[in-house]
Design a protein around this ligand. Structure first.
Ligand code: PEP
Ligand code: MG
Length: 885
């Protein structure tokens, strides 16, 4: 049998899989001699056993816990459950990857009536009852609220609120010892009424209940949402750490706080954090009281500050990374309760990595491996357009950088319903304080505003981690969630009103303000230049306009990997011309419409080639079925029928309906699209080829450079490619002759039909390049429709039938195998065949790692993912970093 319980002195920082991040780091800190209150950790393997065992702790576990506890008792000369000299403990969760605030914690465990009665004779009775009431509430909430109703934290808070009303006071601190004693009695009576049992008095019963509750909290809703978002596997489970309590709320020479060794928002090299004197840890992180900046500790208690600063330096040097540290001061003695590598914004991650290379702490390769590519998104977060004049309504803490505008909502569920992933409206979630239960709503909101809570509150931590612009601890506002409004002085903002946030400066603004893209800072450029030095993959972009192209180049794209030409047809003024082209009954009429479109498209391509300034552009010929450009069939049927019923008629509408009916397909994604469309209507792609090459010619003649790569989509059989290409070669030669120049164009194809991948050798003989269209390749390999597979894909992922959504990250075993076959067969025929990817996967770090592994030449992704792709490609080349989850 594996060892299930490790004393802190038995572990070290390498044991994160087994002891979780918290347990491993407490062990490490103990062993390097830092002041860590003694304790032990129950392994993550026990969590797995707990779930395999129908949610029961394995036999004998509590005996091992007892013997570990007896070692702690000896060290501290205290005894668990002994009224004369009681040992109290905290019971906390800790998985391999930090999930701040997502699972449960119980503090002050070990208290019971007889211990309390004895303690009040030796210690401040108010403190004793305060600890007891917190403990009754916490244990009942986490251990029993899944089985019994009305036993959550909120129910206890109501009881407390009622008592305060009776006593005629407002603040918790105004309730004296006698009041808190009454509160403890009421809490216990409530537990008895709701559960039918007394609140447990046996400390071991309490301990077992707390351990089980922490394991159960691995699967609470917010933890599951967090894991999904962060791609943390469900199987790894959490460890449970049991640690002797130290108290930050024993008087004015006590306190507790959280600090980062560098600024988690900006990356500045300066200890950054906050604390509260005479408080327990929960008060700081739960966002209920707004704490004080750590710099003030230097004046309030210079000795402790110096010690703390020294420990910060030691921990950073030891872990070679920015640390997030929890500490408690008990009667002027400093204790460290936790350290972990600190969550940070993208800009902070980049600055810290670059600075630490400069300081000689880490190498460039380590710096590159350290930053999660997805975090780079934050560096591109919008800011309020410079020179915008706006009036600040209120100021709070700059908890999450970036600017956001949206309508105010006061409820996380409403935010989830209306915001991103729901109705996709822009909403700002406004709360008095946030709890981890608000996660769903925060993720759906453009920004978050809270009245209470500090820079290290869980809300702020989560917001920074996910790049949500956030203003926290904005005490100038008063949130009245019940009436769905907040006030600042005499200004009232109601649900549905528009506000803006400047999360970088902590500003709240009435109404909307113009927001624009961030400027790319110096460190950002340096960091990505290091990525460029090591990556092997080229990085291109998917862009259809000169503006997107220019933006992507600014972000570091080395060309266009996919220009979807049909997007140019969708534009307002062109649509009627496209419709005329489709509805034409004679070749002559069709050509007329195409000639008009040619003028538009030529200008489009000219603009794109100019923006590219000689970089290559893969331009894909029209792909979607033509009826996508016509009015909706059902609406037309209804319109024509209504007119008929009214005895009227509209011949044009009727003709349109006839054409729409003719083109109607049961499954258009499998229908007349891609090269199939080009074979049935060759004039359209002939026009497009002409437009591409004439656009290129205009640029070349003006002294510029243009490298068009014309791409034929959806090829499944080599003959499709041969037919389309032969026709287009003629057009290309004609354009060259008319223009009197040679244009360095090439023809290539997309590999996005499984048969195309399997016969890639035949296809390679006819083409200059391949580009994997992994959107279609995934659809056709799985037989899942791209458009409406959500219905079952979600439950598939939830039930772990699939490890993840294959449209998000390449299914490497299935779709990936087809790609490997295509690469191998294609290069067997043409060893230097250029191969890229332009499906959405081209901007997803894990898929990029796979593309590197199978030897592609480049990946292509949307402009905003270009920096992410540069870093992911570098991490793939270094063989580390993308994600070890
Ligand atoms: C693809 O199928 O992966 C692709 C890039 O083409 P589209 O998404 O336009 O079908
Ligand atoms: Mg496709």
């Amino acid at each position: 049998m594996n060892k299930r319980v490790y004393l802190f002195e038995e572990g070290d920082k390498s044991m994160r899989d087994l002891l979780g991040g918290k347990g491993a780091n407490l062990a490490e800190m103990t062993n390097i001699g830092l002041p860590v209150p003694p304790g032990f950790t129950i392994t993550t393997e026990v969590c797995t056993e707990y779930y395999e065992n129908d949610r029961r702790l394995p036999q004998g576990l509590m005996d091992e816990v007892k013997s570990a506890l007896s070692v702690v008792e000896k060290k501290l000369d205290k005894k668990f459950g002994d009224p004369a000299n009681p040992l109290l403990v905290s019971v906390r969760s800790g998985a391999k990857f930090s999930m701040p605030g997502m699972m449960d914690t119980v503090l002050n465990l070990g208290l019971n009536d007889s211990i309390v009665n004895r303690l009040i004779t030796a210690q401040d009775p108010r403190f004793v009852y305060d600890s007891y009431r917190r403990f009754i509430m916490m244990l009942s909430d986490v251990a029993y609220s899944d089985k019994f109703e009305h036993i959550t934290k909120h129910d206890f808070e109501h009881i407390f609120a009622d008592l305060k009303k009776e006593l005629g006071v407002k603040e918790d601190l105004e309730v004296d010892a006698a009041g808190l004693k009454t509160l403890c009695d009421r809490f216990k009576a409530h537990v008895l009424k709701q559960t039918g049992s007394e609140f447990p008095q046996d400390p071991f019963v309490q301990l077992q209940a707390a351990i089980e509750a922490v394991f159960r909290s691995w699967n609470n809703e917010r933890a599951i949402i967090y894991r999904r978002r962060e791609k943390i596997p469900d199987e790894i489970g959490t460890a449970v750490t049991v640690q002797s309590m130290v108290f930050g709320n024993l008087g004015e020479d006590c306190g507790t706080g959280v600090a980062f060794t560098r600024n988690a928002s900006t990356g500045d090299h300066h200890v950054f954090g906050e604390y509260l004197m005479n408080a327990q840890g929960e008060d700081v992180v739960a966002g209920v009281r707004t704490p004080v900046p750590i710099d003030q500790l230097a004046t309030q208690n210079p000795d402790i500050y110096r010690q703390f600063d020294d420990i910060c330096k030691r921990l950073e040097a030891h872990y070679k990374d920015m640390q997030d540290i929890e500490f408690t001061i008990e009667h002027n003695r400093l204790f460290i309760l936790q350290c972990r590598s600190g969550k940070r914004t993208g800009p902070a991650a980049v600055k810290i990595a670059v600075d630490q290379v400069g300081e000689g702490l880490i190498t460039k390769a380590e710096a590159l491996a350290r930053v999660d590519p997805e975090l780079l998104n934050h560096c591109l977060l919008p800011v309020i357009a410079p020179n915008t004049k706006y009036k600040v309504l209120a100021k709070g803490l700059p908890a999450g950088p970036g600017a956001a505008t949206g309508t105010v909502v006061f409820d996380a569920n409403v935010a989830a319903e209306l915001g991103k992933g729901g109705k996709n409206q822009k909403v700002i979630l406004v709360r008095a304080d946030t709890s981890p239960d608000d996660l769903k709503g925060m993720l759906a909101a453009q920004g978050v505003l809270t009245e209470k809570g500090g820079m290290t509150s869980h809300a702020a931590l989560v917001a920074r981690g996910f790049g949500i612009p956030t203003v926290a601890g904005c005490s100038e506002i008063h949130v009245d969630g019940h009436n769905r409004r907040f006030t600042v002085g005499d200004v009232t903002v109601n649900e549905g009103d528009e506000i803006s946030l400047n999360g970088t400066l902590g500003e709240v603004i009435l109404g909307s303000v113009p927001v624009e893209d961030a400027k790319l800072t110096g460190e950002f450029g340096t960091f990505l230049s290091w990525a460029d030095e090591v990556r092997k993959l080229g990085i291109r972009t998917n862009a259809d306009t000169p503006e997107d192209t220019a933006l992507a180049i600014k972000f570091g794209a080395e060309g266009i990997g996919l220009c979807r030409t049909e997007h140019m047809f969708f534009e307002g003024s062109r649509r009627p011309v496209v419709q005329r082209m489709i509805l034409a009954t004679s070749d002559e009429d069709r050509q007329k419409a195409l000639d008009e479109l040619l003028v538009f498209q030529r200008e489009d391509f000219k603009g794109i080639f100019e923006a590219l300034n000689g970089l290559p552009a893969t331009v894909r010929l029209i792909d979607p079925p033509l009826h996508e450009f016509l009015p909706n069939r059902e609406a037309l049927i209804e319109e024509v029928a209504t007119l008929k019923a009214q005895g009227k008629s509209d011949p044009q509408k009727e003709a349109m309906l006839r054409t729409v009916e003719q083109m109607h397909e049961i499954n258009p994604m499998m229908g007349l699209r891609g090269c199939r469309l080009s074979i049935v209507f060759p004039q359209i792609v002939a026009m497009q080829t002409r437009a591409i090459l004439e656009g290129a010619a205009a640029v070349i003649k003006a002294g510029g450079k243009a490298h068009p790569e014309i791409m034929i989509p959806l090829v499944g059989h080599v003959n499709e490619l041969k037919v389309v290409k032969a026709g287009l070669e003629k057009t290309a030669k004609a354009v060259e002759a008319e223009q009197g120049i040679t244009i360095p164009y090439i023809f290539g194809t997309m590999i996005e039909v499984p048969r195309g991948a399997l016969t890639a050798d035949e296809i390679a003989a006819e083409t200059e390049f391949f580009s994997f269209g992994t959107n279609d390749l995934t659809q056709m390999t799985y037989g899942f429709s791209r458009d409406d597979s959500d219905k079952f894909l979600k439950p598939y992922v939830e039930q772990k039938i699939l490890p993840g959504d294959p449209f998000e990250s390449i299914d490497q075993t299935g779709v990936g195998q087809l790609m490997e076959i295509a690469v191998e067969k294609g290069r067997r025929v043409k060893p230097n065949l250029k191969i890229g990817i332009c499906g959405e996967h081209g901007g997803e770090p894990r898929s990029i790692g796979f593309c590197h592994k199978i030897g592609l030449n480049y990946v292509s992704c949307s402009p905003y993912r270009v920096p992410i792709a540069r870093l992911a490609a570098a991490q793939a080349a270094l063989g580390k970093g993308v994600s070890d989850k």
